[in-house]
Design a protein. Structure first.
Length: 334
């Protein structure tokens, strides 16, 4: 974010298009980062597409090509580089080795550039060594292969995305939307990310992880859900909520409710409740002048110290620092 002494410059996002790319994934960064503007109407991001070779057509997995007018040298100008999935990885996907052409393209990336992948685009970051010793994720169906090819990576197949600071990875296809919204939220706060999500007609924050999408044998009809309990809890975040209270809303035993909740949401009820309270606290910190103590009570943390610990764990910042950064959120959508 530019200061008053610096000329304004939008954050530059370069999207790397490779043969066999999925058009849907290629368009995600443009849709999410192409919307937000500041109060003066200036775009907060500049999104450009580039190829690993000189300008020209790039094959997709569909019945059309994409004409890309920027070559690999564009990567040298990027603040963030995003690698969508491609179905023509060749040695990268099969053996975990970069092709000379791809290695030469990635060499343009400046140190300190934020890197992100969507779905199996993670193989490119892994083969380039960017994920060594780091946590990462990919589509659940590819997680085992990724771990086998790159044992030095801590692969988590159950989450929608992994934020490891300057390197971020996401699960399959639509999880790229979750990742880009997360980066937008990290850069400019919840209000800006939520506004873009509304315009895109997607939830600003999806609950749970990939576990809920993995097909498993179901020994009994899954007729009951935990939807009512979640809605009930969201209306009472300021109150103490026990697991048995949520289970009672569905007329289930605690054991059955916990199992069903994990199947539907992908995380435990306690983890979900903490996520919702953190999100509510973020919203109040950004949009109100309430004291930190009052926000802690309204979000259900009870004390400012408890909220501070949870925000520090989830966001890496204190409530005061978060409010200082995002209280005057400058983004609007055009």
């Amino acid at each position: 974010m530019a200061t008053s002494e610096e000329p304004f410059r939008p954050h530059r996002v370069a999207v790397l298009a490779m043969d066999g790319l999925l058009p849907f994934e290629l368009g995600i960064p443009h849709r999410i980062f192409g919307r937000p503007r500041d109060r003066l109407g200036r775009r907060l991001y500049e999104v450009v597409t580039c190829s690993i070779r000189p300008p020209g057509p790039v094959r997709t997995d569909s019945d059309f090509d994409v004409m890309v007018t920027n070559g690999p040298e564009t990567l040298a100008t990027a603040d963030t580089v995003i690698v969508p999935a491609s179905y023509e990885f060749g040695p990268v996907y099969e053996d975990g080795v970069l092709t000379p052409e791809l290695a030469a393209a990635l060499a343009h990336i400046r140190p300190g550039t934020r890197l992100a992948s969507i779905c199996t685009g993670v193989y490119v970051l892994a083969a380039a060594g960017y994920l060594d010793g780091r946590p990462a994720t990919t589509h659940w169906a590819d997680a085992e292969r990724l771990q086998r090819l790159f044992p030095q990576i801590a692969v988590d197949p159950n989450v929608l995305y992994v934020d490891d600071g300057d390197v971020l990875t996401s699960a399959g296809v639509a999880a790229g939307i979750d990742l880009c919204l997360h980066m937008l939220r990290r850069d400019h706060g919840s209000a800006v990310a939520n506004a873009v999500a509304r315009r895109t007609v997607v939830p600003p924050h999806r609950e749970g992880g990939q576990a809920q999408y993995i097909r498993r044998p179901v020994p009994e009809p899954q007729l009951a859900t935990t939807t009512t309990a979640r809605a009930w809890a969201l209306g009472r975040l300021h109150e103490p909520i026990q697991l048995r209270d949520m289970a009672e809303q569905e007329s289930m035993s605690v054991r059955t409710f916990t199992r069903r909740f994990r199947e539907e949401v992908g995380i435990s009820p306690g983890q979900w409740l903490t996520q919702q309270r953190v999100e509510h606290a973020r919203h109040l910190l950004e949009s109100t002048d309430l004291s930190v103590d009052q926000i802690a009570r309204d979000a259900g943390f009870g004390t400012a110290q408890s909220m501070r610990q949870h925000l520090q764990a989830a966001l890496g910042v204190t409530p005061t620092s978060y409010r200082r950064t995002f209280r005057t959120g400058s983004g609007i959508t055009g």
